[in-house]
Design a protein around this ligand. Structure first.
Ligand code: SIN
Length: 276
């Protein structure tokens, strides 16, 4: 019996190998064992959707702290706990957060593991989030390409960082990091593609032209890989967890000028590594 079955976390797959909808669970009532099961299940399924989770901002911040070391966001909106990033778009928005396939803040030394997004206001239609499974993205490449990628590292720049996109910081004020192109998930031991179009600028071991061609091929593979993607339709009080170590996501911005409003928290992960 797996740990999620043992503590009664029942879930319905969204696709056979990727994404699950949790059933009959109240997140705020989870025991410590339940939190561990949630993290493990998040690592195994990549994306967990939980409906009808009414909670306040402060309850979400407290819950995020139970998941691990919560990222502290320097951007302050009045009354919003520092563990939460406001995700908001309306008819006046110049920029919609989360557009383009990416993994959250991969330019950090220890990029986020689990992200948690809770929506309070959603458009009548549209505003879905798309997710892609980087394990299947990797395993669906040819064995020769997989072997090649295992030897490479890439530089991640803060070009997709919310503080850069909002104009609060320059690229130079935010860190850049080198990570393996393929990383191993610490909870499952599985390998996943870890380059993304919002943050990854250059593969170190290749010439500039070769690096561009290889990154473009991988980004195309992720963007068109419908067999390893799912799409989540939000309702008010829906919470979605995704594991950035093995998942990329893309927020659709098809709902202008309607309002979409929610709060994201992220848990600081480990330094990405590739196991022998
Ligand atoms: C994000 O990239 O974290 C935002 C995702 C979303 O708004 O759906």
């Amino acid at each position: 019996m797996s740990i999620d079955e043992a503590i009664g976390l029942t879930h319905r797959p969204i696709s056979p190998r990727f994404g699950s909808e949790l059933e009959d669970v109240t997140l705020l009532d989870l025991s410590e064992q339940g939190i561990e099961a949630l993290k493990q299940l998040g690592a195994e399924r990549g994306v967990l959707v939980v409906r009808d989770q009414g909670m306040t901002m402060h309850q979400q911040a407290e819950f995020a702290r139970r998941l691990g070391d919560a990222t502290i966001y320097p951007t302050k909106s009045a009354g919003v706990p520092p563990e939460l990033l406001v995700i908001h778009a309306d008819g006046d928005s110049k920029h919609v957060a989360g557009q383009g396939w990416h993994s959250d803040i991969s330019s950090d030394r220890t990029p986020p593991g689990l992200s948690m997004l809770r929506m309070e206001v959603v458009p009548e239609s549209g505003g879905d989030t798309l997710f892609a499974d980087m394990h299947q993205a990797f395993s669906s490449l040819s064995p020769e390409m997989q072997q090649f990628l295992l030897r490479l590292t890439a530089r991640h720049d803060p070009t997709g960082h919310h503080l850069y996109l909002s104009g609060e910081k320059t690229l130079k004020e935010l860190p850049s990091r080198v990570h393996p192109v393929i990383r191993t998930h610490p909870l499952t031991g599985r390998n996943a593609i870890y380059v993304n179009s919002a943050f990854t600028g250059r593969i170190n071991e290749l010439s500039r032209t070769e690096s561009r061609a290889l990154l473009d091929m991988l980004y195309q593979h992720v963007a068109t890989g419908v067999d390893f993607q799912i799409r989540v339709r939000w309702e008010p009080d829906t919470v979605v967890f995704w594991d950035n170590r093995c998942v990329q996501h893309h927020a659709a911005s098809d709902y202008f000028p309607a309002v979409r409003h929610g709060y994201r928290s992220t848990v600081i992960g480990e330094v990405p590594y590739l196991a022998d």
